[in-house]
Ligand binder design. Structure first.
Ligand code: NAP
Length: 297
């Protein structure tokens, strides 16, 4: 149980509702900031405005998956008011207060460092990233179907990166009957791709492998689908870029060449917010319990 913990849940989308539900079930006390327009009420959770919260009592701050923007704004789909997290707010919290986010950026890492508060990025955890890759791939399939006039089955699919998302993408598109090639730069990844009975190639040879690609799915959060790469693709190629913003595709050049290239962030929150929220709720409740126990000694 999380009895005695006071948590501030700041902003977020439908995924956050699963987290709120789970944490209130576990008896945590919740301050919900940026949820004025949410009709549902949760026992043990109070909707508050940022300036109404007494942060000196807050044991942990729970941010949405994206954390904050580069100017500190937190996305709040259940509110019309803009909500910002600042170093000053963090300094009001007790020293043990931990900030939980999916990912971070220079702003969020900067204010937590300056305020000397611990920042936990849930998506750095392999378990969260692997579970989350399941709704991500379902969303990718949805996009591939919506934006093509051919079947996935029998099409040439290029997957860039064999990380936690890339592996699930490659395996799932293979299971749907696509001809899947996977680009990676590590020899162990090339070996794993071979073991999966898929076609591996080294990323340095990417340009050679896009000549007959129907769907190119990027999971590498660095510029990889460059203008030069795009210039070698057939004109009907669909590029789905799953990497976190700004993605790894030269979208400007793709548009100029008439190649459809889509940055597709937060697919789990779009196609399966309940499952995606449950994934986060499971791990958050476990981590918060561990933190509570370690503080009690
Ligand atoms: P990951 O496990 O860290 O995998 C990243 C992959 O990119 C690895 O194969 C890595 O290879 C490769 N890579 C990184 N930098 C590279 C570079 N400079 N050149 C070549 N390869 C490079 O990450 P993940 O969990 O799979 O997530 C991948 C991306 O998808 C992240 O940006 C994540 O935020 C995003 N994501 C998006 C959604 C969505 O809905 N769109 C959902 C989940 C995750 P090495 O091992 O060789 O470095």
């Amino acid at each position: 149980m999380l009895t005695g913990l006071h948590l501030a849940v700041i902003g977020g989308d439908a995924r956050q509702l699963e987290i709120i539900r789970r944490l209130t079930e576990l008896d945590a006390k919740l301050s919900l900031i940026g949820f004025e327009q949410l009709d549902h009420a949760f026992t043990g959770a109070v909707k508050e405005k940022m300036d109404e919260v007494d942060f000196s009592n807050i044991d942990a701050i729970i941010l949405p998956v994206a954390g904050t923007s580069l100017d500190g704004q937190v996305d709040t789909i259940f509110s019309n008011e803009k909500v910002y997290l600042s170093k000053e707010i963090l300094l009001e919290t007790p020293a043990h207060c931990t900030v939980y986010s999916g990912i971070t950026n220079s702003y969020l890492s900067g204010i937590t460092k300056k305020a000397d508060r611990r920042l936990v990025q849930l998506f750095q955890r392999d378990d969260v990233a692997i579970y989350n890759s399941i709704p991500t791939v379902e969303g990718t399939i949805m996009m591939a179907i919506q934006h093509t006039d051919f079947t996935i089955h029998g099409s040439n699919v290029l997957v860039l990166g064999l990380g936690r998302v890339g592996m699930t993408v490659a395996r799932t598109f293979d299971a749907l009957g696509a001809h899947v090639k996977v680009g990676a730069r590590k020899t162990e990844h090339i070996a794993r791709i071979t073991e999966m009975s898929l076609t591996p190639f080294h990323l340095k040879n990417l340009e050679e492998h896009v000549k007959d690609v129907d769907i190119c799915i990027n999971t590498i959060p660095h510029m990889i689908v460059t203008a030069s790469v795009i210039s070698k693709m057939p004109s009907h190629t669909l590029v789905i870029d799953l990497a976190s913003k700004p993605g790894g595709t030269d979208f400007r050049y793709a548009e100029k060449r008439g190649i459809k290239a889509l940055l597709a962030p937060s697919l789990p929150g779009i196609v399966a917010p309940r499952t995606a929220g449950q994934i986060l709720a499971n791990v958050l409740s476990r981590v918060l319990k561990e933190d509570l126990q370690s503080r009690k000694g």
